[in-house]
Design a protein around this ligand. Structure first.
Ligand code: AGP
Length: 338
């Protein structure tokens, strides 16, 4: 239920008593699902009064993690068949955590092994590179965060309503962003010969930058790395020159001024800077070489819209380079071996 408030009480076995006793939430996943978890981490820490840990499953499964029945371990996997995520889930369960699957595959191994399941209901995803399921994962994890916060009394009804109202508007904003794809296509024509791209983002936009770089690597085979924008001067700046396009995810949020200063640093080193920002942000048009505008939204929800031009950029770059977009080389939809 969403219009009348977020309520998973009929879908989840995780009851209010258990939610109130929670001390920590772990989000564990691989690849794109991990980046969706990093975005959700910011929402969980903003709305729920809990310790949040996010890790890639291939690390989590071998660490000396402290878990208890008061830990909710959430395993995020589109396919529900990723070997590392399954192994991490087995370990968390053995150590006594309550395990929840967030997956698109109802009949998957992950869904059958966890104490509870939340389905994305995104429909089959044909392309190997995850796109719509990334959005679905963020949406489901946000709803879970809102629900947990509400049960624990850390989110007011007014705030819940504001969040839901904006969540309901998001599909229209995403659609409006998709309608601008010709702008991204044109931009891809300028950069399809580039050897390397750098992506930057701050706060909630950092995992968006990670996801944008992953998409570009996966489907266009262009080298791309992403960094937290605040790390630029700690090393990555040495790579910046006029041959390396820099993509900066720069929605107008509480860290915007700092993101603008990263744009200036990159421009000063003659990099072509592509910024992704909100409609009406004229400062961006002044500072960056190119701007991909998206409709504005609340700070917490910006990834839903800012990721879309990055997905489109990867798609059009791959198309211009003649790559096989739905089935990139060396990749499988689900990594079922370690
Ligand atoms: C996404 O574009 C990738 N192909 C890959 O990183 C994927 O997200 C990862 O293997 C995890 O898959 P899962 O969500 O099915 O567990």
């Amino acid at each position: 239920m969403i219009n009348g408030g977020v309520d998973f009480s009929s879908e989840l076995a995780l009851n209010e008593e258990v939610i109130k006793r929670l001390r920590a939430i772990h989000l564990v996943a691989c690849g794109t699902s991990y980046y969706a978890s990093l975005i959700a981490e910011r929402a969980f820490e903003r709305w729920c009064d809990l310790d949040i840990k996010v890790d890639v499953a291939s690390e989590y499964r071998y660490r000396n993690i402290r878990l208890s029945p008061n830990t909710l371990a959430v395993f995020v996997s589109q396919s529900g068949e990723t070997a590392d995520t399954l192994a991490a889930q087995r370990r968390a369960r053995e150590l006594g955590a309550y395990s929840l699957a967030v997956t698109n595959a109802k009949e998957s191994t992950l869904a059958s092994c966890c104490d509870d399941v939340l389905l994305l209901k995104a429909g089959p995803e044909i392309g190997v590179a995850a796109t719509k399921t990334f959005t679905g994962q963020i949406a489901v994890l946000y709803l879970l965060a809102i629900y947990i916060a509400k049960v624990r009394g850390t989110l007011t009804p007014r705030m819940e309503k504001e969040l839901i109202d904006e969540l309901i508007r998001l599909p229209y904003k995403i659609e409006a962003t998709l309608e601008r794809e010709h702008v991204v296509e044109e931009l891809a024509s300028n950069f399809s010969g580039s050897q390397s791209f750098l992506f930057f983002g701050r706060g909630i936009s950092y995992p968006v930058a990670l996801e944008g770089a992953l998409k570009l690597k996966e489907v266009s085979y262009i080298h791309a790395e992403a960094f937290a924008a605040g790390e630029m001067k700690h090393g990555p700046i040495a790579l910046i020159d006029s041959n390396v396009p820099v993509l900066i995810v720069a929605p107008k949020d509480s860290l915007h001024e700092k993101t603008l200063s990263s744009i200036k640093e990159a421009k000063a080193r003659r990099a072509p800077v592509i910024a992704v920002g909100f409609d009406g942000d004229e400062q961006l048009a002044n500072d960056a070489s190119h701007v991909l505008y998206v409709p504005p939204t609340r700070e917490e929800f910006s990834p839903f819209v800012t990721v879309v031009p990055l997905q489109l950029l990867a798609y059009y770059m791959a198309k211009k380079r003649g790559c096989e977009i739905d089935s990139p080389r060396h990749l499988t939809k689900s990594v079922t071996e370690e």
